[in-house]
Design a protein around this ligand. Structure first.
Ligand code: FES
Length: 129
């Protein structure tokens, strides 16, 4: 069996939603100290819906594929759903990652959580308890 699924290879070679959003409403960042990879997420939020999302990943192929897939899974979704995204869901949507590459999908979850935190720090009134 190939080490990486077709979906991982596709999102690695043709990543979706790459780039930055200049007037982003929130920015999140996550890094892994061991491998040194870094991921950044930019959110445009309208009426508590993630209207647009872009990412920059300085990292391995699995991290790029994970960020690309993660942005596809959350784009256009209400923030209440964006909050629920787990690294497992990202890895499953990619038809799996090798065990030792699972931490790459964790970066995507963490970068998204970090962007949400940034948003709620700027807009504490929007945070639902
Ligand atoms: Fe570190 Fe992939 S090897 S994010």
């Amino acid at each position: 069996m190939a080490l990486y699924s077709d979906k991982v290879m596709d999102h690695f070679r043709n990543p979706r939603n790459v780039g930055t959003i200049e007037d982003a409403d929130a920015v999140g960042e996550a890094g892994n100290a061991k491998c040194g990879d870094i991921m950044k997420m930019y959110f445009k939020i309208e009426d508590e819906v993630l209207a647009d999302v872009k990412f920059e990943t300085f990292g391995c192929g699995s991290a790029i594929a994970s960020s690309s897939m993660a942005t596809e899974l959350i784009k256009g979704k209400p923030l209440s759903e964006v909050e629920q995204l787990t690294n497992k869901a990202v890895a499953e949507a990619l038809d799996g990652l090798p065990d030792y590459k699972m931490h790459c999908s964790v970066l995507a979850e963490e970068a998204i959580k970090s962007a949400l935190e940034d948003y709620y720090t700027k807009h504490p009134e929007k945070k639902k308890q």
